[in-house]
Design a protein around this ligand. Structure first.
Ligand SMILES: Cc1ncc(C[n+]2csc(CCOP(=O)(O)OP(=O)(O)O)c2C)c(N)n1
Length: 735
């Protein structure tokens, strides 16, 4: 017999036979303030959750349902929901269905059963993901949907909790989280070991240890196993009981009253002390990991039966009878009623429309546009006051690092919800001074020195964006984004997609990177691969080659984040930060005076820059490659009489395909100069573009070797150079 049905029969038999188990914990409802009505309501939610699991298995067997990770054994999530408020944002474990079901009672007009069944059936009418995935989530209930990647939601939960204090300091109004809201993040015991989870616990405690408000409850739903691997007995308690600045609360997730006690204590502590709590809730996992999992292959019969004996629904029934809140007959009625109700609406839900076209699937990759509350232009009085000591310098040509630093200041002045966060971005001003003076000007509430953990930095950004802030986070070097890339790939970039555009995390991630640094070599500070960003649907990837463009592109990124709610990577070529000259020392051709907001022509998303109008050859490049191509162009013109145009992509994703075809039109040849490694580099997309869209146009590429970057003078040997560009151009033109 199916495991779910076996447990169902045990439940019914237990009630009919009057053989209810003794509750595992003696705590009484009145000791913890749990009313009879609340117990009955909580039990109802538990029954809905249990019956939903049974139904989902049946629908899956009929080919009408597509998800079977169950919540059975974790139904006291309903008691947890009872202890939290609707405005407490909840990032939930995939076994926390009962939480959402019960929370829905706090808001009139909710239809959680219908909603969840649409989700099981992958219907396009599923109100959270629009049929894209079975996720627990609801905009109205303040439950952002989570991906299947275990623990990856914890860094953003830390970010969201942290953002509550920041929003308060900045006096932001109408943020989704209120001043006294808290955040809940739940996960399993195996997931607690993941480095992403460990990073989140550490970050929350690190912040709280120094007095930073961190109103966050980590809820570990400990069922003792992760798929087939046992968690060592006592491990979770031993690992979390005595961590600094992280309060530990334990409760039995088998018992409704004790679950409520633990959750209420944790929520109270987080709410009143604004400190993080680790709530350790013992659960059991009934019916194995998911639909196809057969527990008997790795657990003994005795182990499986021991868990089945501890069914939390039976303990809830025992509680209700013990308290005189319900009779066994009434309990059985609710149990049967929820089964029938779900079966009835399940039959309707499976008939609702599915996603039927590729355009319907991709419709939520890019979030919906919203009204731009405020342009990127601060008032002139504010600017005069802020830049009193800089104004003379601003009129003189400056390098990219300084121009960017002013552009950041202007954005912070224009938008009071902008925060800057990263390693060393505070008083030091970052490794390359790009955030110089921001800390002094805007204070530690807006310019945040984070701890050394890239996952936490990106998590801070995502979580803060959930709460209405516009985070500009910094990753110190491109090589180190790989430590944390899932926070972009799997989390930030997928949120709009899996929430049908309802949840977004608009943010700008500044990353210093690419090669050619003089005197500071080695691979990790000169990483030259962008492959990790190239295939993330919806992500914007900007890469300016000079200061004037960088300023306008950063402003466009702010608009994209604020108005279009986009996730943006802003890649800054380190070697060009301080570059002043193009051809000869002192020519200052790679500098520009600072363009005040609104003073220069804006650079719009995807718009390339075009230098020259020659037709012998078009060089298409970006970043350092564009800078070197401009040097090469002079030699090619003066010494070889060639007429060129040099195109700066500026934006690597999305590519303006039409714009590039137009920009190269009339040219006899195309040379793509790509400073990134040949394999996986942008040049692959460009070669394909020209082959498909301009088949008669001769096109070749010059790229970096598939190598890591060495130290010292050898640092540029594998990269395109001015001279190799000249040689490749001559070859292209001469055939
Ligand atoms: C990062 C990552 N690695 C592996 C998996 C595959 N996986 C899904 S659930 C799971 C076990 C999680 O166990 P636990 O955290 O104890 O939660 P439980 O399922 O027991 O509630 C694994 C390994 C995943 N989803 N994400």
């Amino acid at each position: 017999m199916d495991a779910a049905e076996a447990i169902h029969e045990k439940f019914v038999a237990g009630l009919k036979g009057g053989t209810l188990p003794r509750r595992p914990v003696a705590v009484q409802p009145d000791e913890v303030g749990l009313s009879r009505e609340a117990m009955v309501e909580t039990f109802y939610s538990q029954c809905v959750s249990r019956q939903m699991d049974r139904l989902s298995r049946k629908l899956q067997a009929r080919g009408e349902g597509f998800y079977t990770i169950g919540s059975s054994g974790h139904e006291n999530n309903a008691a947890v929901a009872e202890a939290f408020r609707l405005d407490d944002m909840a990032f939930l474990h995939y076994r926390s269905n009962a939480f959402q079901i019960h929370r829905s009672k706090q808001l009139p007009g909710q239809t959680p059963c219908w909603d969840m069944l649409l989700s099981f059936a992958a219907s396009a009418e599923d109100p959270i993901s629009g049929g894209r995935h079975k996720v627990i989530g609801s905009k109205a209930l303040n439950i952002p949907p989570q991906t299947s990647t275990i623990a990856s939601h914890l860094p953003k939960a830390v970010g969201a909790a942290f953002s509550i204090g920041i929003a308060r300091t900045l006096k932001l109004e109408d943020t989704p989280l209120r001043r006294d809201s808290i955040v809940l993040a739940s996960f399993g015991d195996a997931s607690a070991n993941h480095s992403t989870a460990q990073g989140a616990f550490n970050t929350a405690a690190w912040a709280a240890y120094q007095g930073t408000p961190m109103p966050l409850v980590f809820l570990c739903e400990d069922n003792g196993i992760g798929i087939s691997t046992r968690t060592p007995r006592g491990w979770i308690e031993a690992a979390f009981r005595d961590r600094p600045a992280l309060k530990y609360v334990r409760c039995s997730g088998l018992d409704m009253v004790d679950s409520y006690r633990g959750a209420a204590e944790a929520a109270h502590h987080a709410r009143t002390r604004r400190q993080p709590v680790f709530l350790h809730m013992d659960c059991i996992r009934l019916y194995g990991h998911a639909g196809s999992d057969v527990q008997a292959t790795y657990l003994t019969k005795a182990q499986i039966e021991a868990d089945e004996e501890r069914d939390p629904l039976l303990y809830s029934a025992a509680l209700l009878v013990e308290q005189g809140a319900m009779s066994t007959a009434q309990i059985l009625d609710i149990y049967a009623e929820t089964e029938a109700m779900l079966a009835r609406i399940g039959e309707q839900a499976i008939k609702r429309p599915k996603l039927t076209s590729s355009s319907a699937v991709t419709a939520s990759l890019v979030p919906p546009k919203r009204a731009l509350a405020q342009a990127n232009t601060p008032s002139s009085e504010d600017r005069r006051a802020l830049f009193a000591r800089d104004s003379a310098m601003m009129d003189k040509p400056q390098h990219m690092a300084r121009l960017l630093s002013w552009a950041l200041a202007d954005l912070m002045l224009a938008h009071k919800n902008v925060i800057v966060a990263g390693e060393d971005v505070g008083p030091k001003g970052g490794v390359y001074n790009v955030t110089a003076k921001l800390h002094e000007r805007f204070g530690p509430g807006r310019v945040i020195n984070t701890l050394l953990d890239e996952q936490s930095i990106l998590g801070l950004g995502i979580g803060a964006a959930h709460n209405g802030l516009l985070p500009i986070t910094e990753i110190q070097f491109l090589a180190y984004v790989h430590n944390a890339e899932d926070q972009l790939r799997g989390e930030a970039a997928t949120l709009s997609f899996f929430s049908d555009g309802q949840y977004t995390n608009p943010m700008i991630v500044r990353i210093a990177g690419l090669g050619y640094q003089k005197g500071f070599g080695g691979h990790f500070h000169n990483d030259n691969s962008l492959a990790v960003f190239r295939d993330i649907p919806g992500l914007v990837l900007a890469c300016p080659s000079n200061g004037a463009d960088a300023v306008e592109m950063l402003r466009e990124c702010a608009r994209l984040a604020l108005e279009e709610q986009r996730v943006i990577v802003f890649l800054e070529p380190i070697a060009l930060y301080m570059t002043r000259d193009l051809h000869v020392e002192g020519d200052a051709l790679w500098t520009a005076p600072y363009p005040a907001p609104g003073a220069a022509k804006p650079i719009r998303l995807a718009e390339p820059g075009v230098h020259g109008d020659g037709t012998d050859l078009a060089i298409v490049s970006y970043g350092n490659g564009y800078y070197l191509s401009r040097q090469a162009e002079k030699i090619l013109a003066e010494q070889h009489g060639l007429k060129l145009r040099v195109i700066d992509l500026r934006w690597l994703a999305p590519l303006d395909e039409d714009g590039l075809i137009a920009a190269t039109s009339g040219c006899k040849n195309v040379l793509i100069v790509d400073e990134c490694r040949r394999t996986g580099s942008q040049s692959e997309a460009l070669m394909a573009l020209f082959a498909e869209r301009a088949p008669g146009l001769p096109c070749r590429r010059l790229t970096a070797e598939d190598s890591f970057i060495p130290l010292g003078r050898a640092a540029t040997l594998t990269l395109p150079s001015r001279d190799s560009i000249v040689a490749a151009a001559l070859e292209a033109v001469r055939g």
